[in-house]
Each structure stands twice: as structure tokens, then as C-alpha cells.
Unconditional design. Structure first.
Length: 167
């Protein structure tokens, strides 16, 4: 089997959405995906896409993807690479696609001068934890992830100027 990693293009929006849906199924959240192919394509075609993406191919067929973006570490004074999703279809696992994607992300982080790579892992996903550990990843137990979404985000978005000034 020949594994190749390539940068995704807007023409891959359907493939990317397919992997996102597969990942949601794997993570036991099959109905959580709100993304649509047209939006992914539009974002990738824009001059300022909010993400970049890699596609792993095995024998010429898509096997997995890694969707990432860059953030910034004030303490390091450098950019960081944040992996939003990395996923290989279960039937394609074991052929090196995940390792190839992860190594390519490391190469990209090096080329961009990143001070770190970060990502989140579901606590029950031991196979992913073991995979990342082989590359030297370690959990940050002292940090807790917070999220604002749904009605709370809507409220925050529509906060009046006077409320913002009190802050």
C-alpha cells in the first residue's frame, strides 16, 4: 500500500465533510455535524480560510484527513499549530495514514516556526491517546477547556455597548 499526504483544495470539500461525518459517528455524535459542503468550499476558496487541511490517500483513495489552523502563544512568542481534527477511516487504519498525517503536521509546524502543536482528545479514546503518545504528546492535566456556544454565545454576541464598557 502506498500512502501519500497532500494539501486539500476547495474541490475536496465533499471529501472533508465525509470525514467530518465519519469522525462524528466514531465519536458517538452522529447528529452533531452542522457543517455543509458549500460552506467548507467557500471558506477554502476565500483569501482567508479559517483552516487548512491535509488529505491522506492510500493507493490513490482518500483514507483520512487532518484539519488545522494556527494560533499564537504569548508566552512562547510564537505561532502554534492547533489540530482541530485528525481522523483515518477505521477500514484504512494500520496502513500508516495517521502517522503520515501527523508527521506532515510536524513538518508544517517546523516550516512555520511554531512553538507547539496542540489538540484535544476525548478521554475515552484510548487508541487516539496511545497514538499521540507515540509521538511524545502529553496531557495537560492542569488546564480545563471551556466553551461558549448556543444561546450563551448568542447573548454574548448581542451584548450592548454599555455592557461591554463595564467589563
Amino acid at each position: 500500500m502506498k500512502t501519500k499526504v497532500r494539501k486539500a483544495t476547495a474541490g475536496d470539500a465533499g471529501i472533508i465533510l465525509g470525514f467530518i461525518k465519519e469522525l462524528a459517528q466514531y465519536e458517538r455524535e452522529p447528529d452533531a455535524v452542522e457543517a455543509v459542503e458549500a460552506d467548507i468550499r467557500k471558506q477554502m476558496e476565500s483569501g482567508h480560510s479559517p483552516f487548512e487541511c491535509l488529505i491522506a490517500e492510500v493507493d490513490g483513495a482518500p483514507a483520512g484527513f487532518a484539519l488545522y489552523f494556527f494560533n499564537y502563544s504569548t508566552w512562547k512568542g510564537k505561532a502554534g499549530l492547533y489540530i482541530e481534527d485528525i481522523f483515518v477511516s477505521p477500514q484504512k487504519r494500520g496502513c500508516g495514514a495517521g502517522s503520515a498525517l501527523f508527521r506532515e503536521l510536524g513538518t508544517i509546524a517546523g516550516e512555520k516556526g511554531c512553538g507547539r502543536i496542540e489538540f484535544a482528545v476525548l478521554d475515552w479514546n484510548q487508541s487516539a491517546i496511545d497514538f499521540y503518545s507515540r509521538f511524545g504528546a502529553r496531557p495537560l492535566d492542569e488546564w480545563t477547556v471551556y466553551r461558549i456556544s448556543g444561546p450563551a454565545l448568542d447573548d454574548l454576541k448581542t451584548a450592548s455597548g454599555s455592557e461591554k464598557d463595564r467589563g
